[in-house]
Design a protein around this ligand. Sequence first.
Ligand code: KE4
Length: 427
Amino acid sequence: MMTRSEQVFAEAQNYIPGGVNSPVRAFQSVGSTPRMIARADGAKIFDIDGREYTDYVGSWGPMILGHNHPAVRDAVIKAAANGLSFGAATEIEVEVAKLICSMVPNIEMVRMVNSGTEAVMSAVRAARGFTGRSRIIKFAGCYHGHSDAMLVKAGSGVMTSGIPDSAGVPAGCAADTLTAVYNDLSSVEELFAQNPEQVAAVIVEPVAANMGVVEPQPGFLAGLRELCDKNGALLIFDEVITGFRLALGGAQQYYGVRADLVTFGKIIGAGMPVGAYGGRRDVMSMISPKGSVYQAGTLSGNPVAMAAGLTQLTILKNTPAVYETVNELGEYFRTEMRKAAAELNVPVTVTGVGSLACIFFTPNPVQNYTDAKTSDTAAFAKYFLHMLDKGFYFAPSQFEAIFFSAAHTKADIDAVVSEAKTFWNQK
Ligand code: KE4
């Protein structure tokens, strides 16, 4: 007997490519059918067959306070009652911009867009416009959304689907995207030497969370800062995941390294479609209508989305204890999962920073894309499906992150570790 999720997903295939509106949701790499989710609350999500799961995806990052937070929900309902969109300037956009500039180091100006992809695409254009240069250095395995220039050796769904790069990206476009090795400053130095005075920016996930979670080695981020200064390039921190997650001020605050531009998504919209990019006033002043770099959007700064983001960011600013809670949960997970794996002699490597974590199904240390690719994705799939069946909802790919929220508890983590031990004991 097919479940309702299976029935609806079968029908979805006729109308939506792969049956999903974003590839990572398709459960392709774990060889199963996605659960169609009906609703979520706190740390729980519920599928259309009435099954309950403890959720460790959190909509891929936005739900740091947990799903369906009452204050966020009420703010959206209240804002919607005034109309959904005006295509005109509003006061709430100024409030959000001011709040972000007050919360995040080195953000003197910020522009709202509708997704992380749009934020990165726009920040890259701003860097190219400001420097007059074309080349961009990114890192293999880092994912910065699906704009053409970024779909080169990208992580996340590109890595999951095993396509080296995307079809449809003209060679001319990809040619200006140079790929370095994460955690390897010499690979960056080499690219700068090979492309003198041609690199507009280096873009990096300060914690790589789209090839699984790979921490920056000590000195890596500071080294990128130095290399950019030495070569007249801008440093872009893609903080779509780390922004407002590692700390109120994101990775810049957490690691004490200054970026010239920072991109945001996910938490900034609290689940509504919001992205943003911001940074140095002299760079951001290049953006139209003030400057000559064009960027626009019908729903950018949408008042309902701003109400959600403003509410969540205000709660985070007024409740710094949230960061202690979520970062402690992440550390507790890593400690307990490492203990369990060691006890049972299971060949996995547990990584992560703060409230981001990952279990790589490889015994090797993981410091870059090549290391991550040594993971046994078939073993991951078996683990994933067992945990899903027992009511634990993780990202359906080895190359994604585990997200903890203020709605999770240590008891939730104890339950995950206990079930993982049961699974590994079965083998
Ligand atoms: P969006 O366009 O999906 O809002 O953001 C793109 C993006 C940019 N930068 C980083 C560091 C990101 O992680 C993302 C998107 N993350 C993926 C999850 N790994 C989104 C999930 C999906 O593609 O469905």
